[in-house]
Design a protein around this ligand. Structure first.
Ligand code: GLA
Ligand code: ZN
Length: 720
């Protein structure tokens, strides 16, 4: 999923999130895990993304001096400068970059170098046109922008590695250089996957490694259907347009292959950098929750996650889609919160770096409004409140040319200070004073939300109902449970879940044996598992299970499905009872019709529509020491929020502070201290009640109830 798709999906949660007007409890995390961060030796990173390649050299000295005066610790540079670094094949010129690094270093500004593979120069595509990506319609992409190349292509890989290697040789021991960003946003492209002949060969090769034999592959995919039985790996196609939709098993494996191809592309540069630059950290950057690459796989061997954060995009989309002016904080805040939680969770909660943070109006054809006074600071604190350890503002200046000439940086087009300049300077100063321990503290999370690429991709291949989208479901659920202020980690349910009280998993369409075993163990041990419809329909090969649904999780859920149905114009409704008692709800898009099989299963809601009137819609099953709750209907907005918040309320997640809508509350801890972040995303002053006495870390004042927070204001509290 590219950024545009993410925003479109995200906007589908507007209805849900707008409905969340309840005042909600503040949940204090209880875990005692401490940071085992391998990057504890990192300096503080409060910097900016800088483009000496786009800036006259006569300005570099002043830029560096001005950055130093602002308190900037570092820059990220060079990630799109391939044409300057290698003007002709094999002839490298790093002199200009050495001068730039030297000037920055003389002002104590450290440098993160970007390898330039995201934007190959024209000589390369002219000489080797086969490196160009072929999109899902079979169309070869044009060069002249960025991210238009094939991740499999050996020539593109060789040349990408060559320029990165030459850079590494030149800068391995250059004073001031501290780390690397490999490539730039693998998840960014307009066309997320490549379908060229090299990828087809790569796919076949990858399949040879994955399946013990061709027979095993034929079995797993069910290729007997439509006479697709393969007698040689070289016959296997890629899912380009054909006479009918592709085999779902093939299509899912192709998505996995493309993810693996991007990861192995990155690994080539990573292996080289580890060897040549052992003293440097190595990362790559992506927009949170862009989902066509498995980011857990991409980041596995990198030192930390880097994330790019542009909250202003959501406002642009709300306007383009005709849903109104800019989106309110109730909508944007949880969507941004989700991207932070997602990125932090990619490496199991280790602190992450914001490699690019919005610093003004942002966008290409359309650009977002100028953030309100206070918002740039607030968004930076929001990232830190969700686990960031540092922030780079994108970008230092605003270029007067090129596709991003309206991407407003810390300086304007005439290099005067932008409207948010002073605020960013203040934020940098404040965040630095927070110090290493607070910035590397562990985020508190009692709730796990399952996000798994296999379910995501398999449901995109065969959604069942055109409006059913995995990421939309995830965002809807996130928006609802985030209103509880319980910290949320995003997991894939293949790991130990014992540290959480609740696991939420909408649309877990593909369930592997490992995931089923983890979930069973979690519930057995006392956890609450809340699952949505389309649970356990498929195995890892995208074959539908041959048992009653929910397949491997039938024993845990204590129910079997009577039927499942997509809903179009038919009327389906839900009547709640017991702990969920409340007004009836409408059910759109999807309904799983449940039949309790276990004596320990309790019906919490029934359907009211036509043929399934009276059948179970929501069930709760006591299993071992825990509970497994099945939400059969697709519920929207306030209904889903009410159900989830009620269920969370009875799941042992502790409560303390009440926070009004538009206020975010998170906390991070070490074994010594807990920092509680209170963020006011509204334009009004807010006040809230807390138990006990605290110290405000920012102004060192003693605080107790009621705590007043300015419009777009921030408080960071520690117990006094
Ligand atoms: C992305 C990229 C940057 C720049 C900004 C603005 O995150 O990494 O190169 O394009 O967004 O689009
Ligand atoms: Zn390709």
């Amino acid at each position: 999923m590219n950024r545009r798709h993410f925003i479109v999906s995200g906007s589908a949660t507007l209805a849900t999130l707008l409905a969340l007007q309840d005042s909600v409890p503040f949940l204090q995390g209880q875990q005692e895990r401490v940071s085992s961060n391998p990057i504890d030796r990192l300096p503080l990173l409060f910097g900016t993304d800088y483009y000496p390649d786009q800036t006259p050299e006569s300005l570099w000295e002043k830029d560096a001096a001005d950055m130093a005066a602002v308190g900037i610790t570092n820059v990220r540079i060079a990630e799109f400068a391939w044409a300057l670094m290698e003007p002709q094949e094999g002839s490298f010129d790093f002199k200009w970059l050495e001068r730039a690094v030297g000037i920055l270093h003389s002002h104590q500004i450290a440098v993160i170098l970007g390898t330039p593979s995201a934007a190959p120069p024209p000589w390369l595509t002219q000489k080797y046109p086969e490196v160009l990506m072929v999109n899902e319609h079979g169309v070869t992409l044009s060069p002249g922008t960025r991210r238009f190349t094939c991740p499999t292509n050996a020539t593109y890989r060789r040349l990408s590695l060559a320029v990165a290697t030459a850079m590494a040789h030149s800068f391995a021991s250059t004073p001031g250089v501290i780390g690397w960003q490999i490539d730039n946003e693998f998840t960014l492209g307009e066309s997320p996957r490549c379908y060229c002949r090299f990828c087809r060969e790569g796919f076949q090769q990858w399949l040879r490694g994955k399946y013990p034999s061709l027979d095993a592959l034929n079995q797993a995919w069910g290729t007997v259907f439509w006479s697709n039985t393969y007698t040689d790996f070289s016959q296997i196609p890629v899912p380009l347009p054909s006479g009918a939709p592709p085999n779902p098993g093939l299509a899912l494996d192709y998505d996995r292959y493309q993810s693996a191809a991007n990861s192995s592309f990155l690994e080539e540069q990573l292996t080289m950098l580890r060897k040549l630059c052992p003293a440097h950290f190595i990362t790559t950057n992506n927009v949170g929750a862009a989902d066509f690459i498995d980011l857990r796989e991409l980041y596995r061997n990198l030192d930390f996650v880097s994330s790019d954060n542009y909250p202003g995009f959501f406002a642009i989309h709300a306007s383009v889609s005709g849903s109104g002016a800019s989106a309110p904080p109730e909508v944007i805040v949880p969507m941004v919160g989700f991207t932070h939680d997602f990125m932090r969770s990619v490496k199991d909660g280790e602190p992450f770096l914001i490699m690019e943070e919005q610093s003004g109006k942002a966008g290409q054809p359309f650009f977002s409004p100028q953030p309100e006074p206070g918002q740039l600071r607030l968004w930076s604190y929001q990232a830190v409140a969700h686990g960031a350890m540092g922030i780079n503002y994108f970008r230092w200046d605003t270029t007067n040319f090129g596709a991003e000439e309206y991407w407003h940086g810390m300086l304007r087009h005439d290099r005067s200070h932008s409207p948010g300049f002073d605020e960013m300077q203040q934020t940098i100063r404040e965040l630095k004073s927070l110090g290493h321990e607070a910035l590397n503290a562990r985020y508190d999370a009692d709730i796990a939300l399952c996000f798994d690429s296999s379910s995501d991709w398999a449901l995109a291949i065969q959604p069942g109902q055109p409006r059913l989208k995995y990421l939309t479901e995830i965002l809807s659920w996130y928006g609802c449970i985030a209103a509880s202020h319980a910290g949320i980690d995003v997991v894939d349910a293949t790991q130990d879940l014992g540290r959480y009280k609740v696991l939420c998993s909408p649309a877990m369409y593909v369930v592997s044996r490992k995931q089923a075993d983890r979930i069973r163990h979690f519930v057995d041990g006392g956890g609450t598992f809340i699952a949505g419809f389309r649970l356990g329909v498929k195995d890892e090969h995208s074959r539908i299970v041959d048992t009653p649904l929910p397949g491997l999780l039938r024993d845990v859920m204590g129910v079997e499905l009577v039927d499942y149905e997509p809903i179009y114009s038919e009327k389906q409704g839900v009547k709640f009872s017991g702990p969920l008692a409340g007004a009836d709800a409408e059910c759109h898009i999807w309904a799983d019709i449940l039949d309790p099989k276990s004596k320990d299963a309790e019906v919490l809601a029934t359907y009211t529509g036509a043929q399934y009137a009276g059948k179970a819609a929501i069930t709760s099953h006591r299993f071992g020491k825990g509970r497994a709750i099945y939400l059969g209907p697709h519920l929207e907005g306030a209904d889903l929020a009410r159900v989830l918040l009620t269920l969370l309320g009875s799941s042992g997640v502790p409560r303390s502070i009440q926070a009004p809508p538009g206020i975010e509350v998170t906390s991070r801890h070490t074994d010594r201290q807990r920092w509680t972040y209170l963020l006011n995303h509204t334009a009004k002053p807010q006040s809230l009640q807390v138990d006990g006495r605290y110290q405000d870390v920012l102004d060192h004042s003693a605080v107790s109830s009621p705590i007043n927070i300015d419009p777009y204001g921030v408080k960071i509290l520690v117990r006094s």
